[in-house]
Design a protein around this ligand. Structure first.
Ligand SMILES: [Zn+2]
Length: 248
């Protein structure tokens, strides 16, 4: 039994059959809570079919195919050569510890039931960038936009979209993300919030849905103040728009 946004960048929540000892979506092992409930999700580039597999205590295996509907991503072809990334050695010396800290925060595996909640908007305002959009430079694809950009104006407070544990709160600005917050919602699901001007939480802190995390800003690499909100489930990048209802 499962339900959710069964599409690329989407997710599902389900109930495993009685007697399930382990379950997976494709190759990804699922975390089962005490009632056998689980969360799973589909990467932006997920194939059109997947499979939920439950292994039961009596040795049986239950397989459920899952259709994952394709999305029509906003792809812009431009007749300009892709800029060489040109990351200098000096930059990478600064960057690598940041990447390591982000990896540790994204894979922290905190005990939280936030994944069971219906998410709320961390902040409302103009949507200035969508998840999955991508530029192709003379046939060479650039990396796609990995989050949802919301631009309510500098200094607007943003809140936790669901319960979780703060696994990163960058008081020193990261080179690209600026003041960055990562919240672990449990079961492999986590949110990142970029470019904050101020941070109100500390690492290890438990936060409740709706609790203030920081203020929208323009720290790191950005052209103007906005909140970049990205969601991941293990290695899969997800579309935040599929976690929240229409903007209130
Ligand atoms: Zn963004």
């Amino acid at each position: 039994m499962f339900d959710g946004a069964l599409t690329q960048g989407g997710w599902l929540r389900g109930q495993a059959p009685d007697g399930t000892v382990s379950a997976r979506l494709g190759e990804q092992e699922l975390a089962l809570d005490e009632q056998g409930r689980f969360f799973a999700a589909f990467d932006r580039d997920a194939k059109n079919t997947s499979e939920l597999v439950a292994s039961l205590a009596d040795g049986r295996t239950v397989r459920s195919p899952v259709g994952v509907s394709p999305r029509d991503w906003d792809i812009e072809h431009i007749n300009v050569a892709r800029r060489p990334s040109g990351a200098s050695e000096a930059f990478m010396r600064r960057r690598q510890p940041e990447l390591d800290a982000i990896w540790d925060a994204r894979t922290a595996n905190s005990p939280s039931d936030g994944w069971q909640q219906d998410f709320i908007w961390p902040v409302t305002g103009r949507i200035s960038g969508r998840f999955g959009s991508q530029r192709v430079y003379r046939g060479e694809p650039g990396s796609y936009h990995s989050g949802l950009d919301i631009a309510p104006g500098a200094g607007t407070p943003f809140v936790a979209p669901a319960d979780g544990v703060v696994t990163l709160a960058a008081r020193d600005e990261f080179s690209l993300e600026g003041h960055l917050i990562i919240v672990d919602h449990g079961a492999g699901l986590n949110s990142a919030f970029l470019h904050a001007s101020q941070i109100f939480v500390t690492e290890g802190q438990q936060v409740r849905q709706g609790e203030r995390l920081g203020l929208v800003g323009a720290t790191g690499r950005t052209t103007g103040p906005h909140l970049h909100w990205s969601i991941k489930w293990h290695l899969s990048r997800l579309d935040p728009l599929l976690f929240v209802g229409p903007m209130p």
